[in-house]
Design a protein. Sequence first.
Length: 364
Amino acid sequence: MKKLFFCSSLLFSLFFLAGNSFSQYTNPESVVYDSTAKRYLISNTSTGAILQRSLTGTVSAFITGASSCRGMAVYNNKLYVACGTIIRGYDLNDGSLIMTVSVSGSSFLNGMDVDANGILYISDFTARRIYKLNTNTQSYWIYIASTTTQPNGICVDAPRNRVLFCNWGGSAPIKSINLSDSTVTTVASTSYSNCDGIKMDKNNNVYVSTWGSAGVAKFDVNFANPAVLVITGLSNPADIYINKKSDTLASPNAGNNTVTFHFLNNPTSVANNNITVKDFSLNQNYPNPFNPSTSISFNLVKQGFVNLSVYNINGKKVSELLNEKMNAGFQSVSFNAINLSSGVYTYQLNVDGVSVSKNMVLIK
């Protein structure tokens, strides 16, 4: 896919490492949000635990012993989880198990989403199928018998009468199921590999996580324009979730056992979720666009361990400018891109586990 290089709409992205600990999650796979209790729920495939993270960053166990839990969905104050070949339902009030449905013929139930009527759409990674399950009657059936590709994340887009799903493998396509006649079409051929999660934001943009590019790509609602890799530097980003109210994308990163939060369009919404940057600020590089050198500056309110790195549009680190403890105050560093080609690059400042990223444009 041809990359579109542009300098407008510079991305503001903030990563918050929940609880500032890498040991709390074990192969985190999926994230959902419980709006009633105001908490995020995270499935962990290795331990079979579903953890809950408060908006202040406290992480604790919600469900244990679920076994191979992956995709999740919230509907009518209940949590539904794909666990191997079983779909389990839990009461969000007390965590009690209220539903267990063994899906005959399935082999690797993975991605999940739910529509307004409580119908679950579930991808089967190895059987290459899509199932539907009615949470009201607990009946299920094969919806798409063969996707031909390995379906992963899934997203119901009712206003456009479709269900989107991304796929595993090289140059993984994005596909769409027409809700009227169940036909499957490819809506985007991509250059991304091993796509895991897919979700839509409040402006109907489509976001897809990709292990191959270590980030998240953004598509327009009609897949008419080339995708842009808007979040980089992740580690095996899995089944992402978008909180439309706070304009926040949550990424469970299976590669380094973290969950990170990224603000998509409106940084002022940060305070609503108590995910804030208080101890430092990152400035836009100058000049921008640049050739071949530019200055990147930031301010530290207090001493901290600083890492400043630059990534290309595919999420590959191309330069590490700083990796050291630094004192409070104004800091500036020069970045020379003489050996790099023209394009959009992301520079990410990480201070004691909290990161902010901005984009810059190299034009030669």
